[in-house]
Design a protein around this ligand. Structure first.
Ligand code: AGP
Length: 661
């Protein structure tokens, strides 16, 4: 998740770009950069100093030439270290094409190889840079490669606004018009730059929000999107703007539009025109914006936690991107631990804390069942003090969204010190853990602002499922129809998560019933137990209600003594092989007067008959179910905390990253 902003038609372009980046830092901040376009060519500045990047960029921009058009980018690295040479904007070989990109070019390595073989000089390690070189190729193919040449034909921009290519301008007399859909099948609209970008993107697999600027037509910006968002704006003064999200345009634009997937836009001073994949004019969706800046940064959500819960389908889908292959295998190209090394592994030792530890418990079940590899899972702060038996045949897997949790970092170091191979599952490129491990499998959840882990937890579960499948396939423990069935089921998980996320309203009603609970017991069996642990952690850390999770079979060994009339029990009762045993435990607590909330699969009336309230979720493969079943428990905790008027983003006593032991 990165932040993009572009503007044309305002002499204060550099200030608007910098302010826009500041407003988009919640989308990423490990580096930042901008390009300004003027008749003298493109001028670029970049900085990769973490949270200081924007300040350093502002200092560089003091030397910028005057310009009324430019693009800027604040980065959350997914490919390539967060260094200056990987910071956007990226340029083509000639320095005449500048690109900013948010998304993942799934075939980025393949395109890099093809471009390098064709003589292109790629200056970064990123997938995004290929877009600049592809546009360069397409401009050259259109005979427009030399920016010193005439700006070729294309959109003749009507003076005073509106665009004359293909669509009729709305309110052409007003400052700035946006073309409508124009005659269906009208002639392909757009400039040579728009055509070049369209043809470049036709070679790309993956997700993108991209804006390109060309020295041959410096006051024109061309944008396009697939999956990653882009909004458009027009200011009262006739400036045309494009950005990843509304916050960057607030107070600048007075009219807003949203680009849909596979739509693009051309921005010139005073006008915006939109086109489809074939260049045909299209009408973007108008957006009524009533938010203030803080609301806009939360995307209109009340807080970051609810926004990040809503982002979970995309976080899971992005984490799967390029790793669930069409040939039925789970691929981990970027992990840097070869298949032979993985085949030599005879034990996996997982170390993590908090929600990451709960993800590790699910991974144990998946790796042992699919790959037939023994897995130990340790709370990281305990791991190295138990004198673990490790050697060069052990794979230590550290799970940490921040990549900075000292307990986990020290545990990974301990494993490495005993000769084990180390692999980390991490959400922050080049974090301490990512730098020190032998291999890294990045989650792609984007920055998580809320202290309570939500989308990063689901992204960890997704990444660990891919790792488990990869281990199983590499070791010949799983193949053929079973692997195909699991990969297909994984591919459906983002939609199932989206279904669960959409049911927040019903969950909030249940939350209201728990708001005065003093103690809440969470129960689960098998994969349901880590889900119960995560539900209990969410509830206690944001609503301050005492909540404990137990393996349901453990109740009779002590905890059931705590069950009395009115006790609140939440059980994960989705259909796993242990469902019947779990339901027997539910009967035990019901018979002692407990109020029971059950997480149940859609349509499972038998389970619902034993519940005082049901949190419905769509069914999936049992080992994949945690990604879906945990969602209502996140929402339950959120609802109780909100009902108590608590700050869900910044709960008391907690920090987002625990960098002390
Ligand atoms: C989870 O909601 C908490 N924020 C906390 O338990 C967290 O999961 C834990 O501190 C581990 O953080 P990490 O994933 O960054 O290592």
């Amino acid at each position: 998740m990165c932040g993009i902003i572009g503007i044309t038609g305002d002499g204060e372009a550099v200030e608007i770009l910098l302010e826009g980046l500041a407003r988009l830092e919640y989308r990423g901040y490990d580096s930042a950069g901008l390009v300004l376009g003027s008749p003298d060519g493109l001028w670029r500045a970049r900085a990769a100093t973490g949270t200081r990047s924007l300040g350093d960029l502002r200092k560089q921009a003091e030397g910028a030439p005057g310009a009324c058009a430019g693009v800027a980018h604040t980065r959350w690295a997914t490919h390539g270290h967060p260094t200056e040479h990987n910071a956007h904007p990226h340029l083509d070989c000639s320095g005449a094409v500048a690109v900013v990109h948010n998304g993942i070019v799934e075939n980025g390595q393949e395109l890099r190889r093809r471009l390098a073989a064709a003589g292109h000089r790629l200056a970064s390690d990123t997938d995004s840079e290929v877009l600049a070189h592809l546009v360069e190729e397409e401009l050259a193919a259109a005979g427009a490669g030399d920016p010193g040449g005439d700006t070729p034909g294309g959109a003749a921009i009507g003076a005073g606004g509106g665009v004359t290519t293909g669509g009729e301008a709305i309110g052409a007399g007003s400052p700035g018009g946006v073309t409508t859909g124009g005659a269906a099948g009208g002639a392909a609209a757009g400039s040579v730059l728009a055509g070049a970008l369209r043809r470049a993107l036709a070679q790309v697999r993956g997700s993108y929000a991209v804006v390109v600027q060309w020295a041959g037509d410096p006051e024109r910006l061309v944008a396009a999107r697939r999956v990653s968002p882009l909004v458009l704006g027009l200011s009262a003064g006739g400036a045309a703007l494009v950005a990843s999200d509304v916050p960057a345009l607030l107070g600048r634009a007075e009219r807003f539009w949203v680009l849909d997937d596979d739509q693009g836009a051309e921005l010139v001073p005073g006008a915006v025109s939109c086109f489809g994949t074939a260049g045909e004019p299209v009408a973007p969706r108008a957006l009524a914006v009533t938010w203030d800046l803080e609301q806009a940064q939360k995307g209109g959500f009340a807080d970051f936690m609810s926004k990040e819960i809503a982002e979970q389908p995309q976080a899971v889908a992005d984490t799967f991107l390029g790793r669930l292959r069409a040939d039925g295998t789970a691929g981990l190209d970027e992990v840097r631990i070869g298949e032979d090394a993985l085949r030599a592994v005879d034990k996996v030792a997982v170390v993590a804390c908090g929600s990451s530890y709960h993800a590790g418990l699910v991974a144990k079940l998946a790796i042992e069942h699919w790959a037939r590899l023994p897995v130990e899972v340790d709370i990281a702060s305990e791991f190295r003090y138990r004198d673990p038996v490790l050697d060069e045949r052990t794979l230590v897997v550290g799970i940490s969204q921040s990549g900075e949790t000292v307990d986990t970092l020290q545990a990974v170091r301990h494993g490495r010190g005993l000769g084990a191979r180390t692999l980390v599952i991490c959400n922050v490129v080049d974090s301490s853990m990512a730098r020190e491990a032998d291999g890294v499998l990045y989650t792609r959840a984007g920055p998580e602002i809320g202290v309570a882990a939500t989308k990063t937890h689901l992204a960890q579960l997704a990444a660990l499922d891919v790792l488990a499948l990869h281990l199983a396939q590499v070791r010949g423990a799983l193949g053929g129809p079973d692997a195909g069935r699991l990969l297909a089921a994984l591919g459906r998980v983002p939609d199932l998560v989206a279904e669960a996320v959409a049911r927040a309203g019903a969950v909030l009603e249940v939350a209201d019933r728990l708001r005065s609970a003093r103690d809440v017991f969470f129960l689960g069996r098998h994969v349901g137990y880590p889900v119960a642990l995560e539900g209990a952690l969410k509830l206690k850390e944001i609503s301050y209600v005492r909540a404990e999770a137990y393996p349901a079979g453990e109740l009779k060994h002590g905890p059931i003594a705590l069950i009395e009339p009115g006790a609140a029990v939440v059980a994960v009762a989705t259909r796993t092989p242990l469902w019947e045993k779990l339901m027997a435990n539910v009967e035990e607590v019901r018979s002692r007067g407990a109020t029971v909330v059950l997480v149940a699969n859609d349509g499972d009336d038998e389970t619902a008959s034993l519940a005082d309230a049901v949190l419905w979720v769509p069914p999936t493969e049992p080992l994949l179910a945690p990604m879906v079943d945990v969602v209502p428990l996140q929402q339950l905790a959120y609802g109780v905390a909100r009902a108590k008027g608590l700050d869900v983003d910044r709960p008391r006593n907690l920090a987002k990253t625990v960098t002390v032991e």
